[in-house]
Write a protein that binds this ligand. Sequence first.
Ligand code: SF4
Length: 153
Amino acid sequence: MVSACLLGVPCAYDGRDRRDDRLVEILDAGPVLPVCPEQLGGLPTPRTPAEITGGSGAEVLEGRAQVLTASGEDVTQQYLRGASRVCRLAERAGCSRAVLKPRSPACGPDGHYDGTFTSTLIKGMGVVAQALSERGVSVSTPKDYQERATEGK
Ligand code: SF4
């Protein structure tokens, strides 16, 4: 499973992609399931950017933190719906590994912005990365995945 924007799908909040050419080259060898959890949760593209406030993906899944847009709209339910749909897809497709876009409040596998919209990164996973991880899917950044692929792991 891979964040769709990393493969060149223009699904990011600004209507653009976040294509990673090196990742696309490596993944070309095998089956890949592209997903955009924000779109799967029902959010439009383009959309107002959002950040987790009051915690990380784990706290959002537990109902103790929210995902808010830069204009203050609460989109927590859309993120939870997206996470649920992504997890169902991962289960049905038998995904054991997910390569996810860093810093995203949904996909971020190793950190995300802190909810102040000041580009301040904090530790913790995005909502989908956390949900997949709790179901035994190994989540990683493109950089980590590329390093492991280079080492033959
Ligand atoms: S939710 Fe994930 S796949 Fe969709 S645009 Fe954001 S980082 Fe990319």
